[in-house]
Design a protein around this ligand. Structure first.
Ligand code: CA
Length: 222
C-alpha cells in the first residue's frame, strides 16, 4: 500500500519506514503536520500513520481537519502514539481515526493492523482478478492460473497499479508516482528493469505490454 508516516522521532521514524518498506509498502516519511498536509495534497495515500505529539501541533488536529474536509484524506488513518490512556484512545477514534496503536509497539502488530485495514478498505474485492491472474491486496499474494508467484515489494506494487486499470495505458511517471516512494533510487530500480523482471516472473503468455513512448498496459482478453 501507499503509506504516509507522520513521525517526528528521528530514530523511530526511519526505523518504522524501513520496516514498512520491507513489508511491501511504499512509504513517505514526514515529521510535521505541515509536511503531512503538503504530502497528502500531492499523493493519494491508502493509509496515514499519525503520531500525535508533533513539533508544530497535535496530530489529532490533522485528523479533525480531514474529518471536516476529506478531500485529501488518506483512505484510512491509524494513530501511533505514546498516549495510551483510554481517554486519549477514545479521543483519537472520535476525531476520525480508523485505528489506534500505542507505543511501545511490536512491528508485527503494526503490519497485522495494516493488513486488517487493507481488508476493510477493499472488502469484498480484496482479490483483484484479470484473466488467470489474481492479486490479493490483503495478503500481498499473486497467483497465475492458481500457481503462486513470488514478487518483491516493488514488483508487487507495480502490478498492483496495473491491475487497477486493466487494459489502460499506465505511464512510467504514474508508476513512479504510485508504486515508488521518495526513498526509491530511480537508477538502481528503474521501472524498465523491474518491469522486465516482473514480466519474466508472470510467465507466458505475456500479460504486460509496452506501449512505445506511452507506458505499460495489462492485457485483457476481450
Ligand atoms: Ca512525537
Amino acid at each position: 500500500m501507499r503509506l504516509l508516516l507522520l513521525e517526528d522521532d528521528v530514530d523511530l521514524g526511519p526505523l518504522v519506514a524501513r520496516a514498512l518498506r520491507r513489508d511491501s509498502h511504499a512509504v513517505d516519511l514526514v515529521g510535521t503536520l505541515d509536511d503531512a498536509l503538503d504530502a497528502c495534497r500531492l499523493t493519494s495515500y491508502d493509509v496515514g500513520i499519525i503520531d500525535l505529539g508533533l513539533p508544530d501541533g497535535d496530530g489529532l488536529d490533522l485528523i479533525r481537519r480531514f474529518t471536516a474536509d476529506p478531500t485529501h484524506r488518506p483512505h484510512r488513518l491509524l494513530v501511533l502514539t505514546a498516549r495510551s490512556a483510554v481517554r486519549a484512545r477514545i479521543d483519537g477514534l472520535d476525531a476520525g481515526a480508523d485505528d489506534y496503536l500505542t507505543k511501545p509497539f511490536d512491528l508485527d502488530e503494526l503490519f497485522a493492523r495494516l493488513r486488517a485495514i487493507g481488508r476493510r478498505r477493499d472488502r469484498p474485492d480484496t482479490v483483484h482478478r484479470v484473466d488467470d491472474l489474481e492479486l490479493d491486496r490483503a495478503t500481498a499474494e499473486v497467483r497465475r492460473g492458481g500457481r503462486p508467484i513470488r514478487l518483491t515489494a516493488r514488483e508487487f506494487s507495480m502490478l498492483d497499479v496495473l491491475i487497477d486499470h486493466p487494459g489502460r495505458i499506465v505511464s512510467a511517471e504514474e508508476l513512479l508516482e504510485r508504486a515508488w516512494d521518495a526513498e526509491a533510487d530511480p537508477f538502481t530500480s528503474s521501472p524498465r528493469v523491474l518491469m522486465s523482471r516482473l514480466r519474466r516472473k508472470l510467465g507466458q503468455p505475456p500479460l504486460i505490454e509496452t506501449v512505445r513512448g506511452a507506458g505499460y498496459r495489462l492485457r485483457v482478453t476481450p
